[in-house]
Design a protein. Structure first.
Length: 322
């Protein structure tokens, strides 16, 4: 598949473009708002503006690496230009944007997929197969330290803040594990006095008992001004399991065999009684590209998956904090 790139962002340069090439596809054109700014190792392709990418006849699919507040608008434009779309998360910041992307996808018949790379790493498939019984408690921690006022994550008018940047991963984890949206949500936030973005957010998702499944809860803490840390810990009626790098797993390969790890105790117990698990090296970004191309080719309507539900739950959380 032939890709066009919207935005000369770091994630496009360091992760997605190499993943597209590793997956056996090509990048034909990159759209930038300023002058062409190639980097060492950039693919041999044309440079143009954003509209030039959408109008290019040699582009089958567009990867959108723009600031958050531009994701939905340019996704809609790309779909209307009959391009398949792989868009960085979060793809929508409002109910209006959710509807606009859904309508454009339906009208075009093209695939739209949100770039939640984590769902393509084997550790998340492994996680839901572990014999821990019914999930009762989940704890999610995700933090890093970004005190640069010029960084787009610290601009409220650009969709910045901890919830949109990393809190959505906690919401993803709940939807992934429970298979549905929570029945109740609550959120407490601390906002930066000058920037207006939430720099620390602490939330609760609760699922009521359903049929023979008992109730469950997910508690999360996300922060953009705390030391780098992340984990997902799931406790069930029979055992527990923990992913050590759930959201930024090492992207290893044969030349660089770094591996993601987990700890699990299928019969419960304390940490020294648990077992360690190591995953084979893989590039989850390349797996995401492979899945996107396969979905676009065979079942484009299924590409949006649970992204709508995750976006709606994130909006419910933010509304509960107001």
């Amino acid at each position: 598949m032939r890709f066009g790139i919207l935005g000369n962002a770091k994630i496009a340069r360091t992760q997605l473009i190499p993943a597209i090439l590793e997956a056996g596809h090509t990048v034909t054109v990159i759209g930038s708002r300023g002058e062409a700014n190639p980097w060492t190792g950039a693919p041999a392709c044309r440079w143009t503006d954003y509209d030039g990418v959408l109008n290019a006849p040699d582009v089958d699919a567009v990867y959108i690496a723009l600031p958050n507040h531009l994701h939905a608008d340019w996704s809609v434009k790309a779909l209307r230009a009959n391009k398949h779309v792989l868009c960085e998360k979060p793809y929508a910041l409002s109910l209006t944007e959710i509807t606009a992307v859904r309508d454009a996808m339906t009208a075009s018949g093209r695939c739209f997929m949100e770039g939640f790379m984590v769902r393509h790493h084997p550790q998340w498939q492994w996680l839901v197969t572990q014999p821990v019984g019914d999930v009762r408690q989940v704890q999610v921690v995700f933090s890093y330290n970004n005190q640069n006022p010029d960084n787009i994550r610290n601009h409220a008018d650009m969709g910045g803040g901890a919830m949109w940047d990393i809190g959505c991963y906690a919401v993803f984890a709940g939807h992934w594990l429970m298979g549905r949206a929570p029945d109740h949500v609550a959120l407490n936030t601390e906002r930066h006095p000058d920037w207006g973005v939430d720099i620390h957010s602490h939330g609760l998702l609760r699922w009521a008992s359903q049929d023979a499944t008992p109730s469950a809860s997910l508690q999360f803490s996300v922060s953009m001004q705390t030391a780098k840390s992340q984990s997902v810990h799931i406790a069930g009626t029979q055992g527990w399991v923990q992913l050590h790098a759930p959201f930024n797993p090492a992207h290893g390969n044969a030349a660089n065999p770094v591996r993601a790890t987990a700890t699990w105790a299928p019969e419960g117990g304390l940490h020294h009684e648990a077992m360690d698990h190591t995953f084979e090296p893989c590039n989850a970004y390349a797996r995401m590209v492979e899945d996107f191309v396969d979905t676009a080719t065979h079942d484009p309507a299924s590409g949006i998956r649970d992204s709508e539900a995750i976006a709606r739950t994130t909006l419910r959380l933010l509304e509960s904090a107001r």
